[in-house]
Design a protein around this ligand. Sequence first.
Ligand SMILES: Nc1ncnc2c1ncn2[C@@H]1O[C@H](COP(=O)(O)OP(=O)(O)OP(=O)(O)O)[C@@H](O)[C@H]1O
Length: 284
Amino acid sequence: MTHTATPKIEFEQVRKTFPARTGSAGRRTRDRGADGEFTALDGVNLRMNAGEFVVVVGPSGCGKSTLLDLLGGLARPTGGRILLDGQPVTRPGLDRGIVFQQYALLPWRTALGNVEFGLEATGVPRRERASRAREYLDLVGLAGFESRHPHELSGGMRQRVAIARSLAYDPDVLLMDEPFAALDAQTRESLQDELLRIWQRTGKTVVFITHGIEEAVYLGQRVAVMTSRPGRIKQVVPIAFGSRTATDDLRSSPEFARYRHEIWTLLHDEVTKAQLLEKEEVAV
Ligand SMILES: Nc1ncnc2c1ncn2[C@@H]1O[C@H](COP(=O)(O)OP(=O)(O)OP(=O)(O)O)[C@@H](O)[C@H]1O
């Protein structure tokens, strides 16, 4: 972790609105102004240090993916600023790798070819690409699977390829939008351990979105809990376990249960509000 005054990532009063969807512009609700604009995020403030692992949780539709899209430069904020190393984010860049829930692998390319694909844009010479791709497939535990195509891999393996592809061009920041949501519980837990190991080895800054409270507590150094829509950061909970060894059943510890309960309590009211909002929308 650097000790400079500039945070790695900073959200300053970030706001994001979308044009209202057709058929609903006439009615005014809490997050839809008279002009029919729909406010997804309003007043988001969050700072992250280099090398930090921050997890974002929040009720469905509160704007988690929007937050990540803005940081990834895939969309622009309507108000406020997002700074990366003190500079406003204006477009996607190779300093940020994004991993989505769906693997987004190229089906006609092998695992190696998919990881190499990420390197082609960065101008890495052809000969070097293959060896770099092998190195990252090895890092995610896929040595020996280089020549398999996506359809010959399990869901967990495909997501490992997606992670390797993002890591291969060596971004400073890894943005992960519910990357393990589609996996079975066992695979998810093993990938969580893999990710922590990779994070410790590479020192990347990780921003990880999830619906899972347990996943948040297990992975995050800090867990940012969002409000219901329009989303902002309700509270940031630092997570610090007394000990963390490979043999510990951390998820069964009283400490884990305490953190889990703290985050559950923070989320509970927001989920209720989000559900009310959804009902209000259906009635519109
Ligand atoms: N391009 C868009 N145009 C219009 N509305 C959008 C757009 N993108 C997102 N929204 C709306 O903004 C709100 C926030 O969406 P977002 O996907 O960021 O929420 P989320 O917290 O990631 O949801 P979930 O947990 O269900 O994945 C939602 O109501 C969504 O319908």
